[in-house]
Write a protein that binds this ligand. Structure first.
Ligand code: HEM
Length: 151
């Protein structure tokens, strides 16, 4: 009986982890893509027909890919953490901090998209390209924490 329960738990763990990584990939793809769209968007005038198209592309990416992937990656990640009892472990705290930063970054991006839709161009293209390093750095920290577990 206990062997059976252990088997079920270990298979569930692997499926949850596979699902987690799949949605993390979708989420990260959006985080890398959206600031690039901002750079192209900002190159067209606020009253041009292209402007409306860029607004639509940004809103769709956020609504169809980025928000749902963020939620699913969080839910599956927290389910694994709960199942495996990771909440007290140092590497997991660092990972959580990096993932919270990524989630805050997405809120910032969504606000920036709204400002762009109102015709504001708050940051230069160069600044947006620099900001685009944030998800890469966070991903490096996250993967090292989860794979190497240095703490
Ligand atoms: C959204 C909140 C997140 C939570 C709560 C979370 C939590 C977790 C947990 C508990 C595991 C299982 C670790 C293990 O048993 O070895 C895991 C695996 C993993 N996570 Fe996350 N994670 C989140 C976001 C992310 C993000 C944003 C990335 C990538 C940038 C990521 C990349 C990975 C990878 C690659 C694995 C598989 C590691 C392995 O197979 O050993 N996670 N995550």
């Amino acid at each position: 009986m206990t062997e059976h329960v252990e088997w079920v738990l270990s298979v569930t763990y692997l499926w949850l982890k596979a699902g987690h990584v799949i949605f993390v990939i979708f989420w990260m793809a959006g985080l890398f893509m959206l600031p690039r769209l901002f750079v192209y968007h900002q190159e067209c005038a606020a009253d041009s027909p292209d402007n409306a198209l860029w607004i639509q592309r940004e809103q769709r990416l956020l609504k169809i890919i980025m928000w749902p992937s963020l939620v699913v990656a969080w839910v599956l990640g927290l389910m694994i953490a709960w199942q495996m009892g990771y909440f007290g472990q140092g590497w997991f705290h660092v990972k959580l901090a990096a993932v919270l930063a990524l989630s805050a970054y997405q809120v910032w991006l969504a606000n920036y998209a709204q400002a762009l839709a109102r015709g504001e161009r708050r940051w230069s293209g160069k600044m947006l390209r620099i900001v685009n390093e944030v998800p890469g750095l966070a991903a490096a920290v996250i993967v090292i924490m989860v794979v190497v577990r240095p703490f």
